[in-house]
Design a binder for this molecule. Structure first.
Ligand code: NAD
Length: 260
């Protein structure tokens, strides 16, 4: 149902972002993927997206810490694919440490990549959406946009910021045919989660098993990781016409975490 539409997904060379790209390509959208990684692997994924969608797929290496690169990516999408009709702010990194031990450069990077980049992306995309009278703006927030856990000050500040940006922009665009929502997953099984296991082992003095069961899934009553494809399926639904009344919402997909 997305034939003729274009979608930009930040941080889509891996994890949830790549699952979004595949799900949107399955609906026929042309896709701009973004993020870091092995060039050959990225090219393989890009070509596979074209195969799936029957539409164009582009790779743009814009670094989310650089506003001018974000704006250039939106201009490139407009020139080569039209739109963007849908944008998804998804790029994100994590760092786990007590505030006293938290390196300021990590703090700044997380604020830029996980939060500020979304503001620049949406700011650049909205004029194109207004022109068409249709648009869908999404972010991958987190259960940490709603509740906190220790040792993640930067991440939790950034995700609460995404929740606030979502609500504010939903009001600003309410009569423009544009919806603005975010999805707040609990622990999703991706490289981001896998990579924070060693840091958590170190900061809390635990084994890998203990981190998985007693820390990561401790908060998730279902005791199961969310799968990236499940997050992507919700994002696709939010782009349907049936979802046009859903705006300013923050959808939890967290195995009951924030129900506690
Ligand atoms: P991931 O590490 O698999 O993917 C992160 C993506 O962001 C990669 O494509 C990476 O290249 C890209 N990226 C990193 N720095 C970038 C930069 N400076 N510029 C451009 N791209 C950059 O992680 P993931 O788990 O798929 O996470 C995706 C989003 O989902 C993040 O915003 C994360 O906070 C959020 N999230 C993840 C979970 C989880 O449990 N995995 C839970 C809730 C929310």
């Amino acid at each position: 149902f997305l034939k003729g539409k274009s979608v930009i997904i930040t941080g889509s060379t891996s994890g949830i972002g790549l699952a979004y790209a595949k799900a949107f390509a399955t609906e026929g959208a042309s896709v701009v993927i973004n993020g870091f990684g092995d060039e050959g692997e990225i090219e393989k994924e890009r070509a596979a997206l074209e195969e799936t969608s029957g539409a164009k797929a582009l790779y743009d290496a814009a670094d989310m810490t650089k506003p001018d690169r974000i704006e250039a990516m939106v201009r490139r999408c407009h020139a080569e694919l039209g739109g963007p009709d849908i944008v998804i702010a998804n790029a994100g990194i994590q760092h786990v440490a007590r505030i006293e031990d938290f390196p300021p450069e990590k703090f700044e990077a997380i604020m830029k990549i996980n939060m500020t980049s979304a503001w620049y992306l949406f700011r650049a995309a909205i004029p194109h959406m207004k022109e068409k009278g249709w648009g869908r703006i999404l972010s991958t927030a987190s259960a940490h946009s709603l509740v906190a856990s220790p040792n993640k000050t930067a991440y939790i500040m950034a995700k609460h910021g995404i929740a606030g940006l979502t609500k504010t922009l939903a009001l600003e665009t309410a009569t423009d045919g544009i919806t603005v929502n975010c999805i707040s997953p609990g622990y999703v099984w991706t490289p981001l989660v896998e990579n924070q296991i060693p840091d958590t082992m170190k900061s809390r003095g635990l084994t890998r098993e203990q981190v998985m069961n007693d820390v990561l899934l401790a908060a998730q009553p279902t005791k199961q990781f969310v799968m990236p494809e499940e997050v992507a399926a919700l994002a696709v639904f939010l782009c349907r016409d049936e979802a046009k009344a859903i705006t300013g919402a923050n959808y939890s997909m967290d195995g009951g975490w924030t129900a506690q």
